[in-house]
Design a protein around this ligand. Structure first.
Ligand code: FMN
Length: 229
């Protein structure tokens, strides 16, 4: 149609808009055919379905580990908590010896995952979907382990860091003021911490306040991420 400019988002504005979306940080890991572990840092990770339990992670086709994730039939996701941002830096560094001197654990599904992660999910690959310069990898979650309750690692405006104070005093304060906890969750759902330990979830939930400033500590030297966000 003449006189109508087709909508095309400015790439820099798109990146900036995505950077304004706070996201959790995970390390996705998989084995190659020789059984060697590979992994990358991802914030393009989310849950897709509750029944069956499905998650997705997006991986750049340019990633060195892409061929491994393009062929594997299983992978693991280690959700980072505050204080584990150095793992994000390591797993976002091309050519790094990512598993050297790393404290790892073997999941129930036989995958290599980070020891001490906030949560660990064992996944079977349910499907792969090309999406621009990324591949969306959908995983069927087969096993979950929860770490001790802790504030999450959050990636926001190209920095990762601790977005929440310790949740416990805040919850106590909110309870004391009789403000319903669910309204706090609605404000910053990503900051909810499900209590757990020894891999067994407990009923209690804790809520954190919204962050007052973008990110505490930068993922020092972290290369710019390639996924949306
Ligand atoms: C906080 C953070 C989040 C990232 N999220 C993603 C992501 O969701 N998908 C992706 O492909 N790369 C993401 N990256 C970049 C990759 O981790 C990085 O390019 C990595 O080195 C790719 O793996 P490779 O070393 O095998 O090439 C992210 C990096 C950082 C620091």
């Amino acid at each position: 149609m003449s006189g109508v400019t087709p909508l095309a988002a400015d790439p820099a504005l798109f990146r900036e808009a995505m950077a304004r979306f706070p996201a959790g940080v995970v390390i996705a890991t998989a084995h190659d055919e020789a059984g060697r572990p590979h992994g990358f840092t991802a914030s393009a990770f989310c849950s897709v379905s509750a029944d069956p339990p499905l998650v997705l992670v997006c991986l750049a086709t340019s990633a060195t580990c892409h061929p491994v994730f393009a062929r594997c039939d299983r992978f693991a996701v280690s959700v980072l908590q505050a204080g584990q941002e150095h793992h994000a830096t390591r797993f976002a560094t091309k050519g790094a010896r990512k598993f050297t001197d790393l404290d790892v654990t073997t999941t129930a599904g036989g995958q290599t995952a980070l020891a001490g992660a906030h949560a660990t999910l064992d996944c079977h690959v349910e499907g792969r979907h090309p999406a621009g310069d990324h591949t969306i990898i959908v995983g069927h979650v087969r096993h979950v382990v929860l770490g001790e309750p802790a504030p999450p690692a959050v990636y926001y405006r190209r920095r990762s860091g601790r977005s929440c104070r310790s949740p416990t005093p805040d919850l106590a304060a909110r309870r004391a003021s009789s403000q319903p906890v669910h309204t706090l969750r609605g404000r910053l759902a990503g900051c909810d911490v499900t209590a757990g330990g020894g891999g067994r979830p407990r009923a209690g939930r804790r809520a954190c306040p919204a962050p007052t400033a973008p990110a505490g500590r930068a993922a020092a030297g972290a290369p710019s991420r390639t996924a949306p966000g």
